[in-house]
Each structure stands twice: as C-alpha cells, then as structure tokens.
Design a protein around this ligand. Structure first.
Ligand SMILES: [Zn+2]
Ligand SMILES: [Zn+2]
Length: 257
C-alpha cells in the first residue's frame, strides 16, 4: 500500500520531534509515505516549518484548534501565517461543543476567522467538529467555504451531516474510530461516501485503531483503519489506499511537490 495520512500531529507524539526519524521509518514499513502534520496552535508554527524542511514527505497546516487557549490571531494574522508556500491548508479549526461548554460565541468567531483566512489565501480548511453538526454546516455555508473546500477530519457524525458537508465541496476523513466495535453506524457512513471524497487519517498521537486501541497512535497504524473501511465498502484495501492518496494530492495540491 501507498498511503497518505491526511491528519497527524508528529509534534505531539510523546517523544516529540526528536523521534520522527524512527516514526517515519516505521510508517514507511507499513506503507505510509505522505503526511499532513496539522497545527493546533500558532506558537509552534516555526517548529512545524522546521519539520517540512527536514522531511519533504511532511506537509503542514497553520491555525488554532477550536479548543486552543493560546494566541488567537485575527484574519490578517492567520492569512499571513497560511500564505507561506510550505503551508498547504488552514486549521485545524471548527467547533467542539463536547470539550468546551457555556457561551461558545468566541469559538464560532474563531472558526469564521479561519474560513475567511482560507479564502484570502485560497487554501483548503481542515475542520474539527464535535457535538456541533448544525452550527458547523451553517458557518461553512455562511462563510462560503465551498470556494476553497477542505475536509471534515475525524468524521463521526451521521450521513445527513456528511451529505451536507459534501454538498459544500468538502471531503470526509475517517480515523481509527471507524474500527471501534461501537462504531457500526460510522462504518455504514464509510460504506456510502463516494470514492472521490474519502480521506483517511490517524490523528496521531490520538485514537489508535483496533487492535492497538489505547496505545499512542502513530502513522504506521493507518493500514488498520484502511482495512476496516475496505471491509465496510467490500473493496480491496489497495483501492481505498489509492483513492484516498489521490484525493489527498487533489485536495492539497501543494503536497505533490
Ligand atoms: Zn481535531
Ligand atoms: Zn488533530
């Protein structure tokens, strides 16, 4: 297999960037050759840029996680960070009504700023959404996110939400959650996503797939997720691998270099 991990965080692995060489070797041994290291804050933007300089197979995004508590730039500040040629996408942004509660107007505003910045630089948006399907779709629609497109990462919502996001031109990325025993309805969604809209990810170091659930996740484990999706779709794993890799290059054209 030749896989693209559309969402991982090398810089959050327990051993941090110091161990990336062996994490990449392990990934290569397991058929994963392309990686999008997604940002969760702007304080470590320089560190992520350093990763792309040292390892060309690693692409990066820039942005502030919906639950992040650090620096929170305005649209111009975000656009400035995202305009560099090493940055292939904006995010991760979105809404998380599970981790955060109370009046979350600030989170919706942050999300809107990211979509505006993405449109300003013409790059796709990486969307994190938990417990907020309606507001996520509303904001993507109101902010005209279809002009740049993007991905709903670690998708766990229902088919109607998947459909609404795909209508806005978005891709759907599935993580190790699809392998969990309780995820029968998600496997049903996985079965119906059109092949040209599907991406896969580890979200490493989080959400390791079965049979490694509970361990620190790493890109090398991506094939378990791909094999599970392939079973749900009654397709060979190679077909899922090829489609999701091609979709990755199509959605993030700057990763082709
Ligand atoms: Zn996320
Ligand atoms: Zn993430």
């Amino acid at each position: 297999m030749n896989l693209a991990d559309s969402h991982c965080h090398f810089h959050l692995l327990e051993d941090g960037p110091g161990n990336i060489e062996s994490v990449l070797r392990d990934a290569a041994d397991n058929g994963v050759a392309h990686f999008l290291n997604v940002a969760v804050d702007v304080e470590r933007h320089e560190l992520l840029l350093e990763l792309t300089r040292r390892w060309p197979a690693i692409a990066i995004s820039a942005g502030v996680h919906p639950s992040g508590t650090g620096e929170d730039p305005d649209v111009d500040g975000l656009a400035a960070l995202c305009s560099g040629e090493a940055v292939v996408a904006v995010g991760e942004t979105g809404l998380d009504y599970v981790y955060n509660s109370g009046d979350l107007g600030w989170q919706r505003e942050r999300f809107r700023r990211h979509v505006r910045a993405a449109r300003a630089v013409g790059k796709p948006v990486i969307v994190h959404t938990r417990g907020a399907p309606e507001d996520t779709v509303t904001i993507l629609r109101e902010e005209r996110a279809h002009e740049v497109g993007g991905v709903i990462h670690c998708f766990t919502e229902d088919w109607d939400t998947a459909q609404a996001c795909m209508d806005l031109g978005f891709h759907i990325s599935l993580s190790g959650i699809v392998t969990f025993r309780s995820a029968e309805s998600l496997r049903e969604v996985a079965r119906h996503i059109p092949r040209d809209r599907l991406l896969v990810e580890t979200d490493a170091p989080y959400l390791a797939p079965v049979p490694h659930r509970g361990e620190e996740n790493r890109p090398a484990l991506l094939r378990h997720t791909v094999e599970c999706i392939a079973r749900a779709r009654d397709e060979p794993p190679e077909r899922v691998a090829d489609a999701t890799r091609e979709n990755y290059f199509q959605l993030f054209p700057l990763t082709r270099a």
